[in-house]
Ligand binder design. Structure first.
Ligand code: ASP
Length: 410
């Protein structure tokens, strides 16, 4: 236990040192970018085998189909409920603070989102399946892999004896990957240092970053304070009331995952660490973790959903466009969908935002205004995404224990 805390202190040290070096030495810190990328790649390397094995083990551990249905229902209710609350908080804050009023729109449509303007709701639905699982794995398209693993694991449980060795095989794979996560985490302090210092350096160092932040300071303040309210009040409240956990202890035990999320800006790459913290440090029932976290890292993004709604309304305010109640309701819905559709990778939310803006006829040029600071806000929202998933496992495990006959606790 003590050595695990030591690792966390080293990770926090890595972040502070990273901020200091990136701030002070600016672009020179780009020389360490490859170390950060390597750390990210090592984490990503574990993601696909981890998702496949844990989903199969998780679903087969739930046993009969009624239990799966109930647990699935609770998980879905948690995901939808918390995402909706996040979007609502974001919308209230942006309407109260009005960060876009008086800001001049001076940008062009960024290259990254051009050609994405025909992405619609049907594309999100289609992304749940893929004709070629191998290519999905190669492209880290996680949704179809989850759907396949769910169906495969579910089917294995109906086979009886012939299914057992296959399940045992994936149990072994799962245990081995989780052990590998420990090894990888040993280099995490260096990884987070390299990621943070090179990114801040690439943004031009402390002074330039501060200047960019000031340009959209009110907007960044709105996003960060809404993220904080959601994390501290709503998510920690749910954790306390429904999950029956002490939020502070749970937060401390999740810190390694949260620092990894902040450094990598990717909930998918963070998934191995999130699962490790949930099972080993927070002692959440492994079956719930194996079922909830892989899905959560891909579809449950409270921070991203909130960010999309705040950003859309900010752009409307900059343009002097008055959004009707109907428009705001459309933003509410599309922001939720856009977050589900966003992959757990850096700045994915910026691209799916096209859908939100188009649904109410807002100009894509607005995204250009958010670009310079997005790398930073992305880290903040990814941290909240991972916190939301972690709280979700504890809440689902507790509710399952209470309402699903027999529960699944060890
Ligand atoms: N980077 C976020 C994540 O991985 C997604 C986003 O909002 O861009 O959770």
């Amino acid at each position: 236990m003590k050595s695990k805390n030591t690792l966390l202190y080293f990770m926090l040290g890595g972040i502070f040192l990273g901020v200091f070096c990136g701030w002070t030495f600016g672009k020179e810190m780009e020389v360490v970018a490859w170390i950060g990328d390597m750390f990210l790649d090592v984490l990503k390397m574990l993601v696909i085998p981890l998702i496949v094995s844990s989903m199969i083990v998780g679903i087969s551990g739930l046993g009969d189909i009624r239990k799966v249905g109930k647990t699935g229902g609770i998980t879905l209710a948690y995901f939808c409920g918390t995402t909706a609350l996040a979007v609502m908080i974001g919308m209230i804050m942006v309407n109260l603070i009005q960060p876009g009023v008086g800001v001049e729109l001076t940008s062009e449509v960024p290259e990254r989102v051009t050609g994405k303007d025909d992405t619609g709701i049907t594309d999100i639905l289609r992304s749940f399946v893929s004709p070629n699982l191998i290519s999905s794995m190669a492209n880290m398209d996680i949704l179809p892999i989850i759907v396949f693993a769910l169906l495969f694991g579910g089917t294995l449980t109906t086979l009886g004896e012939p299914g057992k060795p296959v399940i045992a095989f994936f149990e072994g794979v799962n245990l081995a990957i989780m052990k590998m996560v420990h090894l990888v985490m040993l280099i995490s302090p260096i990884g987070v240092f390299a990621l943070i210092s090179s990114k801040l350096g690439a943004a031009g160092g402390g002074e330039l970053f501060l200047a960019e932040l000031m340009k959209v300071g009110k907007y960044a303040f709105t996003v960060i304070s809404a993220l904080l309210i959601h994390s501290v009040v709503i998510l920690s409240g749910l954790l306390f009331i429904l999950g029956k956990r002490n939020p502070w202890d749970f937060f401390k035990n999740t810190s390694e995952a949260l620092t990894t999320a902040f450094s990598t800006a990717s909930s998918s790459a963070t998934l191995p660490v999130t699962m490790g913290c949930a099972v080993e440090k927070n002692k959440v029932c492994p079956k719930a973790v194996q079922f909830v976290l892989p899905i959560g890292a891909t579809v449950n993004m409270d921070g991203t959903a909130m960010y999309e709604s705040v950003a859309a309304i900010f752009i409307a305010q900059m343009m002097g466009i008055d959004l009707s109640l109907m428009d705001q309701a459309i933003i509410f819905l599309t922001a939720t969908l856009a977050a589900i559709g966003a992959a757990g990778i850096p700045e994915a939310g910026l691209v799916t935002m096209v859908m939100v803006l188009q649904s109410v006829g807002l100009p894509l040029e607005g995204i250009g205004m958010l670009l310079s600071i997005d790398w930073f806000l992305d880290r903040c929202r990814t941290t909240v995404n991972v916190w939301g998933d972690s709280v979700g496992t504890a809440v689902v495990a507790a509710l399952e224990e209470k309402y699903v006959e027999g529960g699944n606790s060890r």
